[in-house]
Design a protein around this ligand. Sequence first.
Ligand code: FAD
Ligand code: NAD
Length: 405
Amino acid sequence: MRKPKIVILGAGYGGLMTAVRLQKLVGVNEADIVLINKNDYHYETTWLHEASAGTLHHDRVRYDIKNVIDTNKIEFIQDAAVEIQMEEKKVILENGEVAYDYLVVALGAEPETFGIKGLKEYAFSIVNVDSARQIRNHIEYQFATYNTDADKKPERLSIVVGGAGFTGIEFLGELSNRVPELCKEYDVDFHDVRMICVEAAPMVLPGFDPELVEYAVSQLEKKGVEFRIGTAIKECTPEGIIVAKGENEVEEIKAATVVWAAGVRGNSIIEKSGIEAMRGRVKVDPDLRVPGSDNVFIIGDCSLIINEEINRPYPPTAQIAMQQGELCARNLAALIRDKGELETFTPDIKGTVCSLGEDDAIGVAFGKKMVGGKASFMKKMIDNRALYMIGGPSLVFKKGKFNIL
Ligand code: FAD
Ligand code: NAD
């Protein structure tokens, strides 16, 4: 009898977790498993703000996929998915196509630009290793060039961060640590540098604990970050951004660097493939399958899970993507063995910690609020745990964060 073929798209938190769990659960004689990813490496999306600011080298945030999968059990294909053809049960890749019996879509997120003019052309986003390297190099180039300009343009050293959600705040935490180093390295006066965070909502980290938010704002302000709250970016230009405050107030902020960190959407392949979605995120069935499909699972940032308590979607996180990956692997094993009912997914949210740089953070974990070194320690433990869950102790030793206070 022909073995069923399981294809996993994306080797991020969700996809790689599914793969490493499947290789333990399913024997080589039970299924062919194929993992497809753009790069031959996995990157820790949750560490990209560090690589973008330049406080952590980009090689520290990635590792070879073949180091964590069993290549006797999983065939790895380095290629980019272009379209999913659910009726034909195949995926079109940049360099060919692959047929499947079961599919797991774990292609992650893309920046949501809300159609704001100029963002795609002139702003950077923290998306992957390539974009992180580009942001770091671009900022460094501005510092390197500043003293060579005859008129020392102040906007060269102005860095705008759009959005004070978790990504924006974590990036500012790293950036505000990196800027003094850059000033020293390139003989720049710290007072010539501006780090401006523009947030449309009336508060930083909307919806998060106000006491913790106050701590974060005060810590970042001490390190030179200016907050423009209740101010929305309306346009991005080659010179900087146009913002609106209230109904009539419009202002231009000149800046050579604009980092857009104001929200994400699911991978555009979802919509391109004609799968019904809200901003690229599919409201999956409780067993994580696409409604109406018995063989396609969608997990991670491309999926949408409703928090029934508040009737709103859970924010997409690595925490949820990994938990979905574990359950998805179990459900796939049950399907290929024809073993009754599939399990249903309920996120187990252990907490949220937002880093404010190397040695500072805010967070709520296991119901307890924490700030400073304690929260930062917790954040590093969470980062190390993610490595452990995928690659065991050896990956933690290779890539883990041990610079603990
Ligand atoms: P990802 O982990 O992003 O993986 C997607 C994978 O798909 C990547 O390997 C990518 O290369 C690949 N891929 C993309 N397109 C294609 C294609 N066309 N073909 C083939 N492969 C493709 N969440 C937390 O829980 N805690 C945190 O502290 C946290 N911090 C964050 C910090 C930052 C700076 C950012 C940006 C996000 C953070 N998040 C955090 C959110 C978290 O990173 C995401 O929710 C999580 O990565 C989603 O997992 P995923 O598997 O869906 O996608
Ligand atoms: P987000 O949606 O959480 O935050 C985006 C912010 O941008 C919001 O505060 C929003 O009001 C603001 N915004 C939107 N449009 C704007 C505009 N035109 N001008 C100015 N501000 C604007 O997005 P994110 O921070 O990228 O996070 C994406 C996901 O990743 C979330 O689910 C988040 O929870 C998760 N994440 C988690 C962590 C963590 O747990 N430490 C870190 C980073 C990201």
